[in-house]
Design a protein around this ligand. Structure first.
Ligand SMILES: Cc1cc2nc3c(=O)[nH]c(=O)nc-3n(C[C@H](O)[C@H](O)[C@H](O)COP(=O)(O)OP(=O)(O)OC[C@H]3O[C@@H](n4cnc5c(N)ncnc54)[C@H](O)[C@@H]3O)c2cc1C
Length: 377
């Protein structure tokens, strides 16, 4: 193999948010960085998600703290890389008294410090368009930001190249990584340290090490709706079904009673891992999701019945007719039975970093800072 020109301090495999976050953290330490990705443009989970940098709802402890730190870095990056922040904050609407109880219990934790309970009569203060009937209350969180991932990720990569001199080798598969050598489809690359951020590809690099974590993959349905009008004042919106999935809520004592009721009243939604997130785009369309189906190799099919369950929950929370669906897609991410992320350490100079839950947009910047601090002190 012919060595590619130059030797790098840090090579990052994968140009999703996890890889870009590591490139940023390394560049901020003054390192010469190369990012290598098999695709010609970002195409994985990082551009298929909501672009919703979620703080409130993340699991108490490390995940919540990483989300807070990553949110701050997103705000810095938005300004530096000219990435529009399209929404701020989160309104988690409780449709049932049991859901309100979970929100009240959440508010008593440290995580609830800057959040507030919204009475049904005051919901309109946060924007128009929500159903007024059958709402037991809501939680407002000021922490979240929302970006359009399919635009934000390319802009972040361009910024890293322009501002920090990060070299991007796209259309290039990494076949093996053993620092200081990486064998790629374009030749040999040399780097002092290597961080592998392969998303949900468990098989190309160090499959035996990754297999030890018992990972699987999760497939999600997503849609874009085009409402006639959608109040730009509204923050991101979630509802009861999210309270049994997001661990920051689901680990509250009252969540068991909510789950029991949802198991009866929204059995199919729960069975398909459906919950509601609604975020707004610049053109007034809204991104709505999602569902969760787990398999080692998720099938490529997207039955409309699952989308109907998501739209049904939308109709329970938003007033008026369901807007037309103008786009549908699926995405997959890595999933672990027992952890939200993992850092594997095959050698002193090599790390494998996997976000094994739907939290990578919200936590990757902080995780990358921790990994680079460990590699470089
Ligand atoms: C539908 C959906 C909704 C989501 N919603 C949210 C949300 O609201 N909030 C949130 O925080 N998170 C959310 N997530 C999760 C989040 O998107 C992921 O955790 C995150 O994007 C994972 O980033 P990544 O860089 O690890 O993976 P990816 O974006 O998949 O990137 C991995 C990259 O590695 C490359 N690669 C792999 N192996 C090689 C190799 N050997 N050689 C070269 N290149 C390689 C791939 O080509 C790919 O570009 C969602 C995910 C999905 C799918």
């Amino acid at each position: 193999m012919v060595p590619l020109p130059g030797r790098f301090d840090v090579a990052v495999v994968g140009a999703g948010i996890c890889g870009l976050a590591h490139a940023l953290a390394a560049a901020r330490l003054g390192k010469r960085v190369v990012v290598i990705d098999r695709d010609t443009q970002a195409n994985g989970a990082s551009i298929r998600n909501f672009g919703f940098i979620t703080v409130t709802g993340q699991q108490q402890g490390a995940c919540w703290q990483r989300a807070m730190r990553s949110r701050d870095v997103w705000i810095e990056m938005a300004e530096a890389a000219k990435i529009p922040i399209l929404q701020r904050g989160l309104l988690t609407v409780a449709r049932r008294p049991e859901a309100r109880t979970v929100l009240e219990q959440f508010l008593e934790t440290d995580m609830g410090a800057d959040c507030s309970l919204v009475e049904p009569a005051d919901l309109a203060d946060h924007g128009a368009g929500l159903r007024e009937a059958d709402i037991a209350g809501a939680l407002h969180s000021p922490h979240e930001v929302r970006v359009e991932s399919r635009e934000a990720i390319p802009r972040l990569a361009a910024y890293l190249g322009e501002r920090h001199g990060v070299v991007f080798l796209r259309d290039t598969v990494v076949h093996s990584a053993a620092p200081p050598r990486l064998e790629t489809s374009r030749g040999l690359i040399e780097a002092e340290t290597v961080v592998v951020c392969p998303g949900d590809d468990f098989r190309t690099l160090m499959p035996d090490r990754i297999a030890a974590y018992g990972l699987t993959r999760c497939k999600l349905h997503m849609m874009r709706l085009m409402p006639e009008k959608f109040d730009p004042a509204l923050p991101a919106v979630m509802s009861d079904l999210g309270l049994i999935r997001y661990l920051g809520y689901a680990e509250q004592q009252g969540a068991a009673a909510l789950r029991k009721r949802l198991d009866v009243e929204q059995r199919e939604h729960v069975r398909h891992g459906v919950h509601l997130i609604v975020v707004r785009s610049e053109d007034g369309s809204v991104v709505v999701g999602d569902s969760h189906h787990y398999a080692a190799t998720p099938d490529p099919f997207a039955p409309t019945g699952i989308d109907d369950l998501i739209l049904d929950e939308y109709a329970q929370v938003f007033a008026g007719a369901i807007p037309p669906v103008v786009e549908r897609w699926t995405g997959t991410y890595a999933s672990a039975p027992d952890r939200l992320m993992l850092v594997d350490r095959p050698s002193d100079a090599l790390r494998i970093v996997l976000i094994t839950s739907g939290t990578g947009a919200s936590t990757s910047f902080a995780i990358a800072e921790e990994v680079m601090a460990e590699l470089y002190g």
